[in-house]
Ligand binder design. Structure first.
Ligand SMILES: Cc1ncc(COP(=O)(O)O)c(C=O)c1O
Length: 407
């Protein structure tokens, strides 16, 4: 039997991402397709690059999109910047640090990690000590790790990397848009993200920005594929071992040469463009403040319900909180009730936190008062039905107080 047309249920996505997209992003995605060299398309690509310079806070010419989910951005950065045998240092404070180490290992780097307990971040001095010891070519550091909700401070790291001649890459998938990120002022050489968190879009496009120093590395490993290669094009012996993620070729596709590589994912480009457009229209600082407010309202709301919050709250991302599941409440059944009875998705967790915490996000389009209080009201009801003793209306009141105080 052939199924009917797709009819997704109405959901309020309040997990650690993906989240409900801005309606205008969904509208942008349903607009007409054009050919990949249509002047409208190349114009939209150039506009998107300029918009993301604003989002990343950078003048980097090499600011573009990688087609694929956030890890496509990570893979393209690491496989293009790291030569086999290069030393890469990865400070790990959650699941996504392990992912950076894993991807760097597949890029055949000599990977060194330092680890801190989940729920904590690294002081810059610890990272510097490791840099001095390991002497890496590149430091790969997650900014916001959704697995623990922690936001690693990056402000001082670029200067440390510069002093020791190390390239500085950060994965800002979970944090960009909802927390400060200053690519140029903080000395980033490369950074990547995704749309499905604070940027308020669907997953499937990975914004990336590269400093001139990073572009130099990428260009020195350039190999253009046969069939489009022209006389005089370089063919470096230590070329990037991925065709799809070869940033040299991708830059030529996005740059004035418009050298054919993949076929740019048109609807995702429209989505990414709209995510950046709505963010900059509202104002970068204003959007971060909206995330801070929604995050604080959710935090104070769950605390007012008598729930404990995991990790060092002083270093929590604005956009997600890890809530300890109260004794006696079946975590997965409670999440199912949130979904089936209220249409609200909250997140489970990984590794050492699995079964211990729920992760509740307030990001992008859903960093909104009504989304926060609706989620808290539903959570209170679900907790009570599963036998927890919770103060009636306490979570909603605390959240509304945050909003009232912030006006
Ligand atoms: C910090 C971080 N990095 C990478 C990823 C992987 O993203 P994707 O699933 O879009 O490939 C995630 C997803 O949650 C993330 O939070």
């Amino acid at each position: 039997m052939i199924p009917g047309p797709i009819e997704p249920p109405a959901r309020l996505l309040m997990g650690p991402g993906p989240i409900s997209a801005y309606p205008s992003v969904l509208r942008a995605m349903s607009t007409s397709l054009v050919g990949q060299y249509d002047p409208f398309m190349t114009g939209a690509m150039a506009e998107t690059q300029e918009l993301y310079r604003g989002v990343w806070s950078t003048d980097n010419d090499a600011t573009l999109l990688i087609d694929g989910t956030s890890r496509a951005g990570i893979e393209s950065a690491l496989i293009s910047l790291v030569r086999p045998g290069d030393r890469v240092l990865v400070p790990v404070f959650g699941r996504f640090g392990h992912l950076l180490a894993e991807i760097a290992e597949r890029a055949m780097a000599e990977v060194h990690t330092i680890e801190t307990e989940w729920g904590q971040v690294f002081p810059p001095s610890v990272i510097e000590e490791a840099i001095v010891r390991v002497k890496p070519t590149l430091l790969a550091l997650v900014q916001g790790d959704t697995s623990t909700t922690m936001n690693q401070p990056l402000e001082d790291i670029g200067e440390i990397c510069r002093r020791h001649g190390v390239l500085f890459y950060s994965d800002a998938t979970a944090s960009l848009g909802g927390n400060a990120f200053e690519a140029d002022a903080w000395g980033l050489d490369a950074a990547t993200a995704g749309l499905q968190k604070c940027l308020g879009g669907p997953s499937g496009s990975a914004p990336i920005t590269l400093s001139p120093r990073a572009v130099e590395v990428v260009q020195s490993r350039k190999k253009i594929e046969a069939g489009i290669r022209e006389p005089g094009d370089p063919s470096a012996p230590d070329f990037v071992r991925s065709n799809y993620f070869d940033l040299g070729m991708i830059l030529d596709y996005w740059g004035p040469r418009r050298l054919n590589h993949h076929t740019e994912a048109t609807s995702m480009l429209y989505a990414a463009r709209e995510c950046a457009r709505v963010l900059l229209l509202e104002g970068r600082d204003e959007v971060i403040a909206r995330h801070e407010r929604a995050g604080r309202a959710m935090l104070e709301g769950v605390q007012a319900l008598g729930l404990q919050v995991f990790g060092d709250i002083g270093h929590k991302m604005n956009n997600v909180v890890a809530v300890e599941i109260p004794e006696g409440v079946p975590g997965d059944d409670a999440r199912t009730s949130m979904l089936e009875d209220f249409g609200i998705e909250i997140g489970t967790s990984f590794g050492p936190l699995h079964g211990r915490v729920w992760r509740i996000g307030t990001m992008g389009y859903n960093a909104r008062k009504d989304a926060v209080v609706t989620t808290l009201a539903a959570l209170e009801s679900v907790l009570r039905r599963f036998g927890a003793s919770v103060p009636a209306g306490g979570g909603v009141d605390a959240a509304l107080d945050v909003y009232a105080g912030a006006q």
